[in-house]
Design a protein around this ligand. Structure first.
Ligand code: PGA
Length: 259
């Protein structure tokens, strides 16, 4: 049905999502500096860390050219009466370059596809790279879950120009694989890569679809990274648990260079 497509034309993108970790600024600083020691300035991959909002200023002080910063969420308003939220302009002013949007753990708290789309627009307006998470809750033998994925893609890309879409990263994160130790097989990832490209092709055109960076997330570890990267056809990883151990995270980055 779909042609194979090699997306390895750009360096890998490897993002560490710290979620609600670690516990203190001192621990965040330590984890970040351990990572800095392990990620060489000549590393080919683009390495990004997404600490909790409150640790961003601390980590930003010690960030170096080989590691960029992401936020784990952003609000679609820039200012106003929205208690507890952080805007894209605020993030940009701290040197943040990427932002995770629509992570399944945010969607589980009620975030809708429409809000995800508004956040993508807000991030792009401030020149932040939106890393938009999509994924199915479960898989059924009939492949109905592909319809959910198509709907998520349609919603997140709504109102974007082709030029804007080329700045977006899509992170395919099957929810059943997040933090569970279950990983999609490289074949599952390859099929999904082809499906996402074909869905974007229908909404835009093939050459636009080919420019969108796709990464995989869900229990990525040193032990599975090389195969997932080599055979899965996506262009990097969104790593949760394993990004809290500098050695393991560095090994995942290396796996993208060796594959
Ligand atoms: P995990 O998390 O690597 O711990 O499965 C991935 C994510 O939630 O982005």
């Amino acid at each position: 049905m779909l042609q194979s497509l090699d997306m390895k034309h750009t360096p890998a993108l490897v993002i560490g999502n710290w979620k609600l970790n670690p516990g203190t600024p001192a621990e965040a600083k330590l984890l970040f500096s351990e990572l800095r020691k392990k990620v060489s300035k000549n590393c080919e991959a683009t390495v990004v860390i997404a600490p909790p909002f409150i640790f961003i200023p601390e980590v930003a002080k010690t960030t170096h050219s080989a590691i960029a910063l992401a936020a784990q969420d952003v609000h679609y308003e820039e200012r106003g009466a929205v208690t507890g939220e952080i805007g894209a302009g605020m993030l940009a002013s701290f040197g943040v370059q990427y932002v995770l949007i629509g992570h399944s753990e945010r969607r589980a708290l009620g975030e809708t596809d429409a809000q995800v789309n508004k956040k993508v627009h807000a991030a792009l307006k401030r020149k932040l790279v939106p890393v938009v998470c999509i994924g199915e809750r479960t898989r059924d033998a009939q492949g109905q879950f592909y319809l959910d994925i198509a709907a998520q893609i349609k919603a997140l890309t709504s109102g974007l120009t082709a030029q804007q879409l080329s700045k977006v990263v899509i992170a395919y994160e099957p929810i059943w694989a997040i933090g569970t130790g279950l990983t999609a097989t490289a074949e599952n990832v390859r099929e999904m890569q082809l499906f996402i490209v074909s869905t974007i092709t229908k909404l835009f055109e093939r050459k636009v679809a080919e420019r969108v960076r796709l990464i995989y997330g869900g229990s990525v570890k040193e032990s599975n990274a090389k195969e997932l990267y080599k055979e899965g056809g996506m262009n990097g990883f969104l790593v949760g648990g394993a990004s809290l151990q500098a050695t393991e995270f560095a090994a995942i980055i290396n796996a993208t260079e060796l594959a």
